[in-house]
Design a protein around this ligand. Structure first.
Ligand code: ADP
Length: 510
C-alpha cells in the first residue's frame, strides 16, 4: 500500500465501522420500541425493525458513498482539466477536501500539473528545433518541400517558394497537386510511389527524372525530383522532396530532338525509295547472284529497314512531345500483324546470325490496334532482342490470351538488364551504361513503345536478369472490348492520342 494512502484508508475504515455500530445500536432500540408497540407480537416487531433498518442503511450508505467518492472526483477533475479533454469541468477545489485526503491528493495533483508543464516544455523545445531546422533549410538554395503521405504540404523552404513562384500563405496544408502542376514521363508518379510505400516501409528514397512543371501562364520548367520517406517522422511530415532544376539541360535535349526530327524528316522519302529499289533488285537479281552477293543484298536490305525504324522512332517521339501522335485503332487479325513484323525482322535477325521463333496461340480474338504504330512496338522489341544478344541464341516471340487480353512476349537470352536500372528502361533517352558505347541506339525505342501501348489501353513490362536475358511483354485489347466505343463513333475507327506526360494526380484538371 502507498504510505500516503494510509490516512485515507483509516478514514474510510472508521466511517464504515462507525456506521455499523450506529445501525446495530438503532436496531436494538427499534426492537424494544416495536415490542412495546406491537404488544410482544415478535413477527410484526421483526418486520418493522427490518424495514426501519433497511431505510436507515440506505441513507447512511449514500452518505458514506458521497464522502468516499470525493477524492476520486477531485482526481478526475484535475486530470480532465490538465488534459483539456472535457470542456465545462471545473478545476478541483482543495478547500472542499477533508484533511486526510487533502494532503495525499494535493501531492498527487502537484505531480499531474508538473507532468503537464514538462510536456509543454518539450513541445516548445520541439518547435524551437523545427524552426531551427527550417531556418537552416532556408539558407540552402535547393528547393525543399515537406509533405505528408496524403501529399498535403507541411513546409516549403524559401528556395522552393521562389522556384514554384508561390507565397507562404498559399501552401499550408494544401494538396501538392492543387498548388502546382507537375507531370511525369511515365505513370510511375510520386503519388503512385507514395501509395505503394506508405505503411509498408520504414525508409525509402526514389528519384524521377525530367519532371515537368507547368506554371499557370503555361511556361514550363523541367527538374529531377528526389523523395525521401521516413515513417518515424514524429511531426507527421513523412516525405521530404528535393527539386534539382535541369531546365537548361533538358531544354537542350528537346531542342536537339526537334532539330534531329526536322533533319530526319528529310530522310524519310529517300529512305523509302532506297528500300523499294533494294527489295526490287533483291527479287529480280536473286537467281543470278552468288552466295556472297546475296549476303551483301541481305545486309543492304536489313540496314535500310533499320534506318526506316530509326527515322520513324525519332519522328514519333517528336510528335509525342507535341501531343500530336494520334493512333487510329481498327479491327485486325493479330496473327497477321505479328507475322508481318516477324517476316520483316527475320532478315535483320539472320544478318546478325540469330533466329526468330514465333509461337502464336491458335484462335486468338481479333484486336483493336493501330497497325503502323503497333508494328513499331513489336519491331523495337525484336530489334532490341537482336541488339542485346551477343550469342546465336534463339529469340522467341510468343503470343497468347491472358486474362482476357492478347499478350505478346519477346524473350531473349542476351546480356540482360541490371536490377538497379530495370525500372528506367522505359524512360526517355535512357540507355544502360554497360551497353551504351558498344551497341548503337537512341534510348527512345522503349519510351515510344510504352506511349503507344498505353494509348492502346494495354500494358508493357519487362522481366530481366543480368547475363541471363530479358523478356519484354505487352498486352493489347481484343476488338470486342472496344466495339461499344466504335458503335457510337461514326468514322468507324477509334482515335487515341499518345502523350508522354502523366499527371501526378488522376483527378487533376489542368
Ligand atoms: P536503345 O536505342 O538504347 O536500344 P531503347 O529505349 O530501345 O533504346 O532501350 C533502352 C535501354 O534498355 C537500352 O539502352 C538497353 O540498355 C536496355 N534494353 C532494352 N532492351 C533490352 C534487351 N532486350 N536486353 C537488354 N537490355 C535491353
Amino acid at each position: 500500500m502507498i504510505p500516503l494512502l494510509n490516512p485515507l484508508k483509516e478514514k474510510i475504515w472508521l466511517l464504515v465501522a462507525g456506521s455499523i455500530f450506529i445501525v446495530g445500536g438503532l436496531a436494538i432500540g427499534f426492537w424494544q420500541l416495536a415490542n412495546n408497540l406491537f404488544k410482544d407480537n415478535s413477527i410484526l416487531s421483526l418486520v418493522a425493525v427490518i424495514i426501519a433498518i433497511f431505510i436507515i442503511a440506505l441513507i447512511i450508505g449514500r452518505l458514506i458513498a458521497s464522502k468516499a467518492i470525493k477524492p476520486t472526483e477531485y482526481l478526475a477533475r484535475s486530470i480532465l482539466t490538465v488534459t483539456n479533454e472535457e470542456n465545462g469541468v471545473e478545476p478541483p477545489n482543495p478547500e472542499k477536501l477533508d484533511k486526510p485526503s487533502k494532503e495525499f491528493l494535493s501531492s498527487l495533483i502537484q505531480k499531474v500539473y508538473g507532468f503537464k508543464n514538462s510536456m509543454n516544455q518539450l513541445k516548445t523545445e520541439d518547435q524551437t528545433d523545427l524552426s531551427y531546422y527550417q531556418s537552416i533549410t532556408n539558407l540552402y538554395p535547393l528547393p525543399i518541400i515537406a509533405i505528408n503521405t496524403e501529399q498535403h504540404i507541411g513546409y516549403m523552404n524559401d528556395a522552393a517558394l521562389s522556384y514554384l513562384e508561390l507565397k507562404a500563405n498559399e501552401i499550408s496544408d494544401k494538396p501538392l497537386y492543387d498548388v502546382f502542376n507537375i507531370s511525369f514521363t511515365s505513370n510511375e508518379t510520386l503519388e503512385k510511389w507514395l501509395s505503394e510505400i506508405a505503411g509498408n516501409t520504414v525508409n525509402a528514397t526514389e528519384t524521377w527524372q525530367r519532371v515537368k512543371l507547368t506554371y499557370p501562364d503555361n511556361r514550363t520548367k523541367k527538374f529531377d525530383l528526389v523523395a525521401h520517406y521516413s515513417q518515424n517522422n514524429s511531426n507527421g511530415l513523412e516525405v521530404v522532396l528535393a527539386i534539382y532544376d535541369r531546365t537548361l539541360l533538358y531544354e537542350r535535349d528537346d531542342r536537339d530532338l526537334t532539330f534531329v526530327a526536322l533533319a530526319v524528316h528529310e530522310l524519310r522519302t529517300p529512305v523509302t525509295i532506297l528500300r523499294g529499289y533494294i527489295e526490287l533488285f533483291g527479287e529480280e537479281l536473286e537467281p543470278k547472284l552468288d552466295a556472297e552477293q546475296k549476303s551483301f543484298m541481305h545486309n543492304m536490305s536489313a540496314s535500310a529497314q533499320q534506318l526506316t525504324s530509326f527515322v520513324s522512332n525519332i519522328l514519333n517521339v517528336a510528335r509525342i512531345e507535341e501531343n500530336a501522335l494520334n493512333l487510329n485503332l481498327k479491327e485486325e487479325k493479330w496473327e497477321e500483324v505479328l507475322a508481318q513484323v516477324c517476316k520483316d525482322m527475320e532478315l535483320r535477325a539472320k544478318v546478325h546470325g540469330k533466329k526468330l521463333v514465333v509461337k502464336i496461340e491458335p484462335n486468338l480474338p481479333t484486336v483493336a490496334v493501330d497497325r503502323v504504330s503497333i508494328y513499331e512496338v513489336i519491331a523495337n522489341l525484336i530489334e532490341n532482342a537482336i541488339k542485346y544478344t551477343h550469342t546465336d541464341e534463339e529469340i522467341i516471340i510468343d503470343s497468347h490470351l491472358k486474362d482476357g487480353l492478347v499478350e505478346t512476349t519477346v524473350i531473349d537470352k542476351g546480356v540482360g538488364i541490371p536490377s538497379n536500372v530495370v525500372a528506367h528502361v522505359f524512360d526517355k533517352f535512357y540507355r544502360s551504361h554497360s551497353s551504351k558505347n558498344s551497341v548503337g541506339g537512341t534510348g527512345l525505342g522503349l519510351f515510344l513503345s510504352k506511349a503507344i501501348i498505353e494509348a492502346h489501353s494495354g500494358q508493357i513490362w519487362v522481366k530481366s536478369k543480368e547475363k541471363e536475358g530479358s523478356t519484354f511483354g505487352f498486352t493489347v485489347q481484343p476488338f470486342v472490348n472496344l466495339a461499344k466505343e466504335l458503335e457510337t463513333n461514326q468514322s468507324g475507327e477509334i482515335v487515341r492520342g499518345a502523350h508522354g506526360w502523366i499527371k501526378n494526380h488522376s483527378l487533376y484538371r489542368g
